[in-house]
Design a protein around this ligand. Structure first.
Ligand SMILES: [Zn+2]
Length: 247
């Protein structure tokens, strides 16, 4: 007849293991959330940097525009000066020389006006891009706030769940033999994986290898701990009779 006490111990330990697995996955999710919040903030920061870059570019273009308009004004003053001189000169050569100077200024102005048109087009394009970027940042900001609140809420709930699960854990522990729970904790710390392997249909549930017949027979007596010959986990095998609850 099976040794009820050890079988129950293995069953309890298996339940504890399942409980801990769930606890671990909740913990992982809990620890991941601050990184996700940071990532959201990083995205907004990147878009804000894009806006700064674009604004600087626009400021440069506007500066060039002011400088070119100043050139036009300066040339206009110079042109007026030449015209005044033209009215005062007496020789034809001097008149023509001034006329050439004025023509030279006109040519320069033509070129400058062409450049001003191009710069104005660039400025318009930059302004439009800036507007789009700003709208995007506003959307991102709003989305980040909403998501961050959701994440914080989720984290709060996970914390409550962890506390609850930790409390439940202390209810399992006193029922489990000290030696067995020590083995369990040592294994978990070293290998970070299951310690109890379910043995079903003659196979180890962890390493999937066939349990040696002699080992299986021993394990089904539940008289002493039997370990999988391959993965060294403690075997909790199906009882010989289906009346007994399992796992
Ligand atoms: Zn195994």
């Amino acid at each position: 007849m099976a040794n009820e006490s050890l079988r129950q111990q293995l069953s309890l330990l298996y339940q504890l293991q399942e409980h801990d697995r769930e606890l671990l996955s909740i913990h992982e999710r809990f620890n991941l959330i601050p990184q996700q919040i940071k990532q959201l903030e990083a995205n907004v920061t990147k878009s804000k940097t894009d806006i700064t870059t674009k604004s600087d570019e626009l400021a440069e273009v506007e500066k060039s525009l002011r400088s070119k308009n100043a050139d036009l004004e300066m040339n206009e003053v110079q042109r007026e000066k030449y015209r005044t001189e033209q009215r005062e000169v007496t020789s034809n050569d001097a008149y023509i020389a001034l006329e050439n100077q004025i023509e030279f200024l006109d040519q320069k102005d033509d070129q400058t006006e062409g450049e001003i048109l191009e710069l104005m087009e660039t400025a318009d394009q930059l302004k439009e891009e800036l507007e789009n970027l700003e709208a995007e940042v506003a959307r991102e900001d709003e989305n980040t706030d909403k998501k961050t609140t959701e994440y914080q809420e989720e984290r709060k709930n996970l914390k409550a769940l962890i506390d609850e699960k930790m409390k439940q854990r202390t209810q399992y522990l006193p029922k489990i033999d000290k030696k067995l729970s020590t083995l369990y904790h040592q294994w978990i710390e070293r290998r970070k994986g299951d310690f109890v392997a379910l043995g079903k249909n003659g196979t180890c549930g962890c390493c999937r290898l066939t349990i040696q017949p002699q080992n299986l027979k021993e394990a089904q007596k539940y008289e002493k701990l039997v370990f999988c010959a391959s993965c060294k986990r403690v075997l909790y095998v199906e009882p010989p009779s289906t009346d007994i609850p399992y796992p």
